[in-house]
Design a binder for this molecule. Sequence first.
Ligand code: ATR
Length: 281
Amino acid sequence: MHYRFSLIGYPINHSLSPWIHKHFLKKAGLEGEYTIYEIDQKTSLGLEMEKLKSKQLHGFNVTVPYKQKILPLLDKVDDTARKMGAVNTVVNENGIWTGYNTDGIGYLRSLESKFPELFRDKSNSILVIGAGGAARGIYAALSDEGFNHIDIANRTENSAVQISEIGNKKTKTTILTLKEAELAAGNYDIIVQTTSVGMKPAKDRSIISLEHIKETAIASDIIYQPINTVFLQQAKNAGASIHYGHTMLLYQAQYAFELWTGEKVPIDGLDQKLLLELKGR
Ligand code: ATR
């Protein structure tokens, strides 16, 4: 079997997904290819989708700006992706094009691989900063996992309220302003940064100051360019543990690859290899 995968989005020339999936294919001992299919926003996604279907793909990834727009063009959408309102992985299931969202599970897997003990106590309190697409996936996954105290801090209150409504009924959530979050940072066991603040080129910024974070806490940033965000540096300086953003990228790809091939490829040293690849870019 020769697997054919692709990525759609715009712009995607610098995407790390081809690099990651080529490693997965090799590790799984499978033959195949992962191609980039850049779709300009001026063209019709519906027409492009028909072209994609004729390419005999086993599946494809979807990124910005099509994660939401792809939904009505699919034959089926999995419950989690439906709840997220966003699809990042499409699987050709014998001609039924089915949408999934691997971001939330990818994040959980990445966190659990580094901090397994965290998952043994679901009363650990969590703060999610941000209320965009990434926050939505992460909040839902943490809530489904059974964590019962997950607060959300965001610049725009209403987006945070909307996210809190998708959680499991057992999850208690308070909505905070960014200033309140900064002052209350010492109350949390995990603080997850999901906004774009601190990303290259504005890498000198941090969404909140972490001067009050507990030494026993974990600070997690989903930004991976740069790897050492100001947010994570502040956490490190305060003695807290840190969780890097590139690991979510790897684990969401691992789950996508698993949906396409049935193979759960171990991450092993790929984490370190990806760090080197990122530094070279
Ligand atoms: P994604 O889908 O990648 O998560 P997004 O939907 O654009 O991205 O969400 C971006 C997040 O970053 C939001 O929480 C946004 O806050 P708002 O909901 O108030 O827009 C947050 N964000 C982006 N720029 C920000 C800034 N300069 N200050 C504070 N928050 C910011």
